[in-house]
Design a protein around this ligand. Sequence first.
Ligand code: FAD
Ligand code: SF4
Length: 508
Amino acid sequence: MTTIRLILGDQLNIQHSWFSEIADDRLYVLMEVRQETDYVLHHAQKILAIFAAMREMARQLTDRGHRVHYLRIDDPTNLHAIPANIDVLAAQLKANQVEYQMPDEWRLDEQLYQHSRHSAIPWRMVDSEHFLTTRHHASDIFAARKQWLMEHFYRQMRAQYQVLMSAGKPVGGQWNYDQDNRKAWRGTPAEPQDARATHDHSTLWQDIVNAGVQSFGEPSERQFRWALNRQEAIEQLTAFIQHGLPFFGDFQDAMSTKAWRLFHSLLSFALNVKMLHPREVIQQAEDAYHAGLVPLAAAEGFIRQILGWREYIRGVYWAQMPTYAEKNFFDHQRPLPAWFWTGETKMNCLSHAINQSLEQAHAHHIQRLMVIGNFSLLAGLSPIAVHQWYLGVYIDAFEWVELPNTIGMSQFADGGLLATKPYVSSAAYIDKMSDYCKGCHYDKKSRIGDNACPFNALYWDFFERNKKKLANNPRIGMAYRQLEKMDEKVIADFQHQALKIIDNLDSL
Ligand code: FAD
Ligand code: SF4
């Protein structure tokens, strides 16, 4: 009798209790399937990273003495759907049950659950042993509240897990040091060296291409740098704590043409495929603070992203699915301009953020939120199209974390459940936080005319056209007070300019 244990591509946690004992009656199954490569158009590095890390996991489990069945993308017996492959294997082995870890994406959770209901043998779901909260923790906390404030959730998590706490109070007397974390970066301190190992995955890349999988972005198969096992992820974490974390707080919101990662950790892939546990990442950051190696604002700011945002976002996802992707508060319908796929735009900020995304499969938070997301919202792009682009392009994009960030935080498409106000700005914010405007074709100060920065007119047009939906929001009162003081002719000029921009999105 055999138990089949399914391991999904984002469940590469070699420390899971499943692997604590070796038994001949358990078969671990990993599979490279078109079902997972094709549900959205993916960046080449994302497909490559997940398959390479899965192959590495299979190798490590085999080396430890576990029985492993690995189905490659080019295997002629591969049916390219997870349940169908499991059924064939179960019949061949006369398996008596299937076990799987709790999927993080609604689509997979639903698929496996529905399939298990009609299977001839029992399917049993176990915990993935990764998160610090249950799927429904956030919805339990917020119950009937109209708005779900992350800060409320975060304070509860700090107290529950006793992170940066002393005698029931936050260390340093404050919960949040965000106001200290908003500096622009002018070239010093130097960006840390990229300590990640380099891999050559040209053979695997060829397998993926030969199988006909479509993708976009730079594969970098010979210079591939994402962590592919726990050891590499731990080395990356250690290097970040030493060289990046001390400056993480100060420059968390900064953007630069000269430094693509700045002081960010680049740990989201390793975390999201579960090579690292959030608790160990938080612990290392807290230890570095207690050892006097990093300022409190840096440690707190970083910990808040993982203990706060990451867990909270997951809670929003499970509370809102399956309909969250359909939210469209502003009824935005425009398709993405073609330069989302090429980076060929005269707007320096977008050219930089998109080209970096295409080359690295990564952009840091402020590039995602205040450049690409900001423009998408101001230009009225369809939230679902924006969501699909983000889900495809980033190395760390799995729907449970990408969707609420895009639909809720970035596009305000849920009408303000997650974000207290739409994250939009004119050129002034981008100029303050980056050096993008200096080399730009457009003039950051101009609002009207062919050379005017498109963000400026779009910004005022956005508030004017959404007056009914937004004017009562106390967090954006200032924008409306400024609009009230504007001459009608000035507003009409903004609207006219915005229309011209929107009609010519592809040629910006
Ligand atoms: P760091 O800046 O070093 O932060 C440390 C860690 O904190 C990250 O690795 C991540 O695990 C966590 N974190 C930080 N911010 C968030 C957040 N808002 N939500 C959840 N976790 C967070 N993150 C993803 O992991 N996957 C996504 O698909 C994703 N899509 C996003 C889409 C949009 C529109 C926006 C605005 C943000 C998105 N984020 C996403 C959040 C954030 O941008 C990335 O986690 C971060 O850029 C990853 O790089 P890093 O590891 O260097 O992060
Ligand atoms: Fe972006 Fe406008 Fe600045 Fe150009 S001027 S980089 S388009 S914000």
